[in-house]
Design a protein around this ligand. Structure first.
Ligand code: MD6
Ligand code: FE
Length: 211
């Protein structure tokens, strides 16, 4: 089993939980999904600004205006959301199990960052209250360039820790840490493995309770 680093209670970093071949296959899937008909879009947030990341949701669509999950891309082009493939849901469950947690995901948010990409500090609290109360984790998988991922407390101001999420790394974020603030401070261009057929960083977050 790969190593587990406890960043906070119930927030575990699993370096290289994905083998190189798995990373390559997953990268090819991400590219195909993103380039497909209901592919990449850049969300526009409530304040009106564009996010610095491209996104595609699988299973349910996360609406950046309403902060709700829905069946169509209501804040973008109205297209139906793509299904969440069963093998990806199983992969997320496997990674959760490696951290001693359980998930039956119904949504995956696929993010694509290029150099200069980032994601502001936020909490993930748009899933069903039962799921949040039970501490069902979010499972995050990263491929490509390393990200400087920032994790803090339960208010924006608390002290923060930086976790370098490299290609193949998992982060299982549940239990007592499910509602911690976090974000992506920066991407370190050129740090990903070669031979994956893309530049930049893919991140997949699997969630339960979006329906
Ligand atoms: C990212 N991830 O790593 C953005 N959220 O690109 C997240 O926002 C995130 O990695 C909840 C749990 C794990 C995550
Ligand atoms: Fe998040």
């Amino acid at each position: 089993m790969s190593s587990r680093i406890e960043v906070y209670p119930d927030a575990l970093h699993l370096p290289a939980v994905l083998a190189p071949g798995e990373q390559r296959r997953l990268a090819a899937r991400c590219l195909a999904i993103g380039r497909g008909p209901a592919g990449w879009y850049v969300p526009r947030v409530r304040g009106g600004g564009l996010m610095r990341v491209r996104m595609v949701c699988l299973g349910r669509h996360w609406n950046a205006r309403t902060y709700r999950y829905e069946a169509v891309r209501g804040d973008h082009d109205g297209r139906a959301v793509l299904p969440l493939p069963a093998d990806l849901a199983e992969l997320a469950a496997r990674v959760a199990a490696a951290a001693g947690m359980r998930i039956e995901p119904d949504v995956c948010i696929l993010n694509y960052y290029e150099a200069g990409g980032r994601m502001g500090l936020h909490q993930d609290k748009d899933e069903r209250p039962e799921t949040l109360d039970a501490g069902v984790p979010i499972v995050s998988l990263s491929i490509g360039d390393t990200a400087r991922f920032v994790m803090g407390g339960f208010t924006r101001r608390e002290p923060k820790t930086v976790v370098r999420l490299a290609s193949g790394d998992g982060l299982v974020f549940g239990g007592r840490s499910r509602l911690r603030y976090h974000g992506v401070a920066s991407i370190l261009p050129g740090t990903g493995p070669s031979g994956h057929g893309f530049t930049g960083r893919f991140n997949l977050t699997f969630r339960q309770g979006a329906t």
